[in-house]
Write a protein that binds this ligand. Structure first.
Ligand SMILES: [Fe+2]
Ligand SMILES: [Fe+2]
Length: 234
């Protein structure tokens, strides 16, 4: 069973992969198609980030606060970074890839997003790994993964990043986000990773890649696991 660090690593790798792709600015005179693809990739980044940070705020930072002596300090700093990221992503979400602010905001996020991941992986994880039993780490990992289905897909910077607040308002916000996504086609067919493939296609790939537990996974989870396995192979 994957533990919380496995689950977080999988998310971080996916985000880092998107950041690396987005870092390459489009050439002057890029086609409309290329710009649309870029916007789709940014949407995917916003969706993944929104879910990830909301879930960390619900299930991860409370554990850090509880288990580490300097946990409050670490969680405060990380939550502040996450809040700033949400502000940037919320602005980015409203812009077209041709808008003058788009590339500036994106470049800002690429840098701060990497810094935030680095902070979590190097300043928080090592001590937390020591402070948690394998059983605890696995349970938190499961809560995080289970939460994905009900996590918001938009940044919601005006919701205070407190676990009780997010647990109370998160599922309703997520339902609204998902309905809006479905109505607008947001987050689908972005040409990055596995999005746009059918569940059967993903299942076939999961079998070829030897991903365990694939038969009980939904489409979203299959997509994530296949993308993660493909990244490892590169
Ligand atoms: Fe985070
Ligand atoms: Fe994270």
């Amino acid at each position: 069973m994957p533990d919380i660090f496995d689950v977080l690593t999988e998310d971080h790798e996916e985000v880092k992969d998107l950041l690396a792709k987005l870092e390459k600015r489009p050439r002057r005179g890029a086609s409309g198609d290329q710009m649309a693809k870029r916007k789709k990739m940014v949407e995917q980044l916003i969706i993944e980030e929104s879910k990830h940070e909301a879930l960390e705020e619900m299930h991860f930072w409370p554990v850090v606060r509880d288990k580490l002596t300097d946990g409050d300090k670490l969680a405060d700093k990380a939550t502040e970074q996450e809040q700033e990221a949400k502000e940037v992503l919320a602005k980015l979400d409203k812009l077209d890839s041709g808008a003058s602010q788009f590339e500036k905001l994106l470049a800002e996020f690429v840098e701060s997003g990497r810094e935030h991941i680095q902070f979590e992986e190097t300043q928080v994880w090592p001590n937390l790994r020591k402070a948690l039993t394998k059983k605890e780490a696995t349970e938190i990992g499961k809560r995080f993964r289970d939460g994905k289905k009900k996590a918001p897909t938009r940044p919601h910077p005006s919701t205070p990043p407190r676990p009780e607040m997010l647990k109370a308002t998160g599922p309703a916000a997520a339902a609204v986000d998902k309905a809006r996504d479905a109505a607008t086609g947001r987050g689908s067919g972005n040409g990055a990773g596995t999005t746009g493939q059918t569940k059967a296609e993903l299942y076939k790939q999961a079998r070829e890649l030897g991903i365990e537990g694939r038969s009980s996974m939904n489409k979203e989870e299959l997509g994530r696991r296949v993308a993660a396995a493909q990244r490892k192979r590169k």
